[in-house]
Design a protein around this ligand. Sequence first.
Ligand code: ZN
Length: 299
Amino acid sequence: MGTNNMMQKNYYAVIEAGGTKFNCAIVDEQRNLHAQTRIATTEPDETLALVIEFFQQQRTTFYFDKLGLACFGPVDLNPRSSTFGHITATPKPNWSNTAILSRLKDGLDCEVFIDTDVNAAALAEHHWGAAQNTSVSIYITIGTGVGGGVIVNGTPLHGLIHPEIGHMLIPAPEGIQGACPFHGNCVEGLASGTAMGKIWQQSAETLSDDHQAWDIQAQVLARLCHNLIVGYSAEKIVFGGGVMAKPNLLDKVIAYTQTSLAEYVTFPQGSSLHNIICLPGLGQHSGLFGGLALILAKP
Ligand code: ZN
């Protein structure tokens, strides 16, 4: 993308709102970061007041009138619903039924563009990252929880609510009992950092590279990839999140997916699981730039 010094720079407010922190920034269309802060996710009143204060201060230097909100879910994304822009029933204490969109809109008197954190990250990867030039792509994050966003023809998939790929049921590897309080053996119950901690009785970060946990983890994620490839015909499955940083994990996932699909799927020329299943092109920034993608994708 070329730059034009005569062109006036537009600034945008973006938030990656997560269960532990709100990552807030001022960015421009070229994805330059002009200001950034992280605010702990405590109670809605406290956190949102600090978020609004940060942006009010920044606005005197970097004027903006649009905010992109990549929000942890579940969140009501139906514009015709009376609870549009509300965080709905979340296990995060005190955040259920928070009208996050209208509180930010009113507090900052600006237009707010909202989607789930993972749909927004998926959109950013589609625009600028690993999933460019695809008609169906999926972004999965494996962290304390598991989430997934789906992009079809450049648009985040919503439908009934929004995809909840983290709660897709997965046949558990032998001897493993999933830890999701709702479903037991769903992806989040088997493969999130939280679940790994419960299954192996030690935190995922402290599991050594050769611990059998990583082989089990790869088997679970391969079953997920199998389902996503046959279910969505995904051209790219982008894996983000802290847990995926483990060396060799991605290669193991690819190998187990190959075994699981058992050569049933014929890939188009030039395409293979080695380029379908990949890490983010935007590194740690998929979520934050997701906020920008939500703004720029709208006419
Ligand atoms: Zn679940």
